[in-house]
Every structure is written in structure tokens, then in C-alpha cells.
Design a protein around this ligand. Sequence first.
Ligand SMILES: [Zn+2]
Ligand SMILES: [Zn+2]
Length: 640
Amino acid sequence: MALLLQFHITTSQPYIKNIIIATAREFGVACEVEYNENILTCKLDHNASDLSEMTKVLEQRLPASLFLKGFGSKTDDLEVQTDASLDLPYPLGLGLCPSCQREMFDVSSRRYYYPFTSCSCCGGGVSFLQKYPFNRANSSMKYVQTCSECDDESRSKGLRENHHLNSCHKCGIPVRLMSKNSERYANDAGSFRTMFEVAAKAINDNKKLLIKTTLGYRLFYKLHKANPNTHIMFVEANKITDYCALITQEYQALLSIERPVLHVALKDETLKEEVGYNTAFVKYPDEGFSILLGAELKKLGIDYVGYEYADESYDADFKMEFDLEIIPQEEMRYFLNKDRSFIASGERVCFPHRINIPSDTLSIAHSLAGVSEEESVIFDRLSRFGDVHPARVHHIGALQKIHEKQFEISEDEASFMSVIVEHELQGAKCVGGYFGNEASFLYYNGKSVVRAVPPNKFNTKTLIEDIKNLRDGSDRLIENLQKQRPEVYARLEALQKNEQANLFEAVAIILDIEEKNYRGLSKVAMRYTGKGGILVDTQVVENKFNYTALIASIISYTLAGVGETILAYSFFESFGDYFSDIMFQIQSKTKAEHFIICGESFGNQSLFSRIERNFKQNPPKMNIALPIGKYNAVVGGAYL
Ligand SMILES: [Zn+2]
Ligand SMILES: [Zn+2]
């Protein structure tokens, strides 16, 4: 007899699976695990004497996860004989599992207030990985000699079995806290606890604190006036909803083991004032340093602090550091509304990644590479792989010649392909819309990807002249802009010299928004509370997106006195209509069965809800365990 635990999990990353396997091994319960079509099935030996104890402990150990969507159990006649072992191909950048968190606050544990606490199934171990294969000798932890207790732990069955990066107070990494006139070290329970107490007090005294956390440098401060890079870290879970207007799924996502950053609506007036917007990027403490700092801040009655992603060069009042080298990842931002959710951007949690479809192509994009390993491909930082011998190389962006068969591929095609791979749609016809800095439309005929409407590079050089020549009377539009909004005109003129400028920057300038980029525009759009927007000109002329018409239409609206909030909203909403129009056209010509959207610019509430509305009958497929843009391209690149 077997007890079958079935988990609906939308990622193939092995951490949840490992917690189950580790617990079964610890209790001597034979266990077989299988992952198929998003269902993780764990067969446990029903005759094992400790089965009920094991499942009870498992319940306490399983963390909430963004990817864990459901659970069921049943008994079956199957025999369970083998003992699954932990699947540890690489470490990830996760938050801490419930057991490790408890241990950090248990006075009697060897890891009381120890910020490097982690196990084989959790934590930010990826920061310490230097090269493959994953073991301690190939990580920056090689300089830390484990004590006998940690050795025993790594050899024993349980959550820390084979934990390559295991350490504790006795053998672990000392940390120092420095200010202009003081310096203190922590290397045991007492000194670590005092260090975090002192650090929290410094923040309470309005000092800026730079911490080298296990996931990279972060600058913490008491929030008075946020800048565009400020995120908010809430330290008291029960109070998050006092400050933010969250739907249940958002609250659960914040507390999940992945601990993503979310862009949420605020409801507390003081916080809105401090942030300067009615929305903010927020998160709940993820790794050891942030959790311990949070615990001490909470004791001082502080509910949240501001923080920014920083580097060691930042000149803060206080600096908390340790000596091991780390390779931080870009933070993960998660998007969700009541119906859909996806990873809007970043590489944390998503990478390293393993896809069990073989490929002999070496794919390279944005410092990541996809390298073939037996029947699968591992995607991670290029620098972690040694010599590889691929049949060909696909790369995005410039790359010196390293292979006879080397091809530059495009980001939109590779992103599109990554969705096809994740949904296992190879062989099916798909129509795609890609929205990064530019928009493009793609078609997959079951074999290869073609661009139906290629991206049209936003050309700033002659922007003003182009608008003047758009149609009769357009020159008057520019004259009026120059007269009525001389500062905006001057900024547009200056923008013409910036070849790197993108559409979002130009629109933000015209709307006179403080933060002149996609993020700024998104924040302003999220202020809009009305029903629908107004129509902004989005059109394709000779198979190319017409930027000039779009910019001209926004200028004329602003001159007519239409406010920036509704215009920012309408800009995204019109793009939603534009994407649906063109994708429906391509679909009717090709009879494709599936719609796909990808590209980071879809991670916007106004745009995405429009897409959802327009595609009600056949919702577009998106990335599942990968981010929707940028870093997903390395995966698609291996299979193009
Ligand atoms: Zn853990
Ligand atoms: Zn130790």
C-alpha cells in the first residue's frame, strides 16, 4: 500500500520536492517521487511505522509557495520500495523555510541569530556558487571549515543532508558592523544578537545601514521621503494589510518562500505621503540578515523600512559585512491580479533552471547561458560553466567569435520560444506579441519562429521633425507645445541626442512625469481609478509601428488639458488593444491555435487587464516558472 501525496506545482525547481524527500528519509519512510505535467506525486510507504508522524512534521515544514497551487492525497495498492534521494543540481536564491526560520529564533539552537542559516531546500545559496558541479569546494564557502556537528548534520538524513553550504556559529562566517567611529564583530549567539539590535537602533535613529546580505547589498533606512529606487520592507506580517490594500493572493505571495517584490496599492495616508505615490514596491524579509534586522526593528515598534538594492561602494552611516565573495542576482518581481499571476522580471528563484529537453545549442543572453547536461539543459550564469562543446552557439547581443557556427538571435523571438517550451507547444501553431522596449509580433508554425511584424527601433534623432511632417497641421502642434510647455519641449529636444532613449521615456517626458521611464509611467497609470481610458493613436504603417503618430496624439491630448494619470493609463490600455488587434489578424490568417504574450512591459496592471478583457475566449499563454521577459530569452535561445 502507498499513500499518494499529490501537489499541483507549476515549477520544476526541486525545493518543495526536496523538503518532502528529506522528511521521508529522516523518518525512514520509503518514498518515490515523480513530476509530470505540473503534478508532483510522492508515493509513501503506507506500512512505514512513522508515516503519520512524518506527514505531521511535513505539514509544519512545507512553506507557502507561489508555485504550489493545490494539494490532494489518496491511498493506492502500489508498492513503494526505493528511497528517493535529494535532487540538488544547484542552489537557488530562496527565502528561508519554516524550520530554518524557527531555528534562527531558538535560543537553544546552534544558529540563534545566525544570518547564514539555511538547509538543502532553502536559502540564498546560489550567491555563493562559483562554478559547477555544485559542491562546497566550488563555492566561496570553501574557505569555511565545517565543525563536527555541521559535518554530522550534512551526513544525516533530514533537511540538511548533503547541505554543501552548511555552517553554524561555531564554524561559520563572522560578520562586522562598522560606523565612522565604531566597529564590532559577531561570531556567536550573543554577539550576533547584539549586532542586529545595534543595527536596528541605528535605523531608528535615522542612520542609513548598508548590509551585505546573502542575496546582495541592500541599503536600509527609516522612510521619510522615498526616491524612485525605494522599496518597502514590511517587518510585521500581521500589519501589512494595515498599510496596503491587498487581495488575498498578494498577501500570500509576499509571505511565500520565494518572497518576491510586489507592486501594490497603498492605503495608509502617511505611507502614501512618504512614498509620493498611492502604490509601492514592497516585500517581506527573505534571507537571514533581513529577517533578523526585521525582528529587531519590530521590537522597536517599527512596522516597515525603506530599502534599495545597492553595492559596496555606497557610503552609509553603518555597514554590515562579511568576507566571502557573493554573486547577487536581480530581484524577482511578481505580478498578480485576481485571475492571473506571473514573474514580471528578475532572475532570482528562476535561475539556475533546468529544462528536461535536450539541446546541443549553447545559448547566451544577459550574462546567462544554457549548457547541455545529459538529457537536459542547465541555465545559469555563463561564468559558472567550464569548457563546453556545443554544436552551435545562439547569442543575444554582441559576442566575440567563440564558435564556427555562431548566430546572433533576437530577444523577442527567443522570449517567445521560451513560452512555447514551457507549455510544451512544440509542433503547434502559435501567434505571439512581444513587448519589451519595442513591440513586435511573432508566429510559430510548429517548427520555426518568424516575425510577422518586426520591432521598429524607436528613433529619437528626428522625433520633432517627424511629428511636424506627420500630417497637415502637425507643425502647429509642435509650435503650440513649444509655446505652452517650453520645458517639455526642451526635454524632447534634448532627448533627440540620446540614441538609447525608448518610447516610455519619451511619453513620460511629454506627460511631465517625475520618473522618466517605464516604471514611472506604470506608477502614474496605477493612480487611475476611472472606468476606461481615451484612445491613443497606435497604428502599423508598412508593417511598422508608427511612433510618430502615437507621440503626436499624446502631445495633442496634453495640450488639450488632459491629465497625466488618465493619459498614462490610456497609453497602456491602447497598447493592449493594439496587441489584440494585430494578434487576432495574424491568427485569422494563420489559423494558429494558441496566443502567446511575452516581454517585461506586459507586467503592467493597466495593459494586462486590457489584454485579459480582449482575450477572454482564448487567454494568451505566458511564461510559467520563468520571468516573462529578458532572462527568459536564454531558455528560448537554446531551442530556436
Ligand atoms: Zn531550510
Ligand atoms: Zn558548524
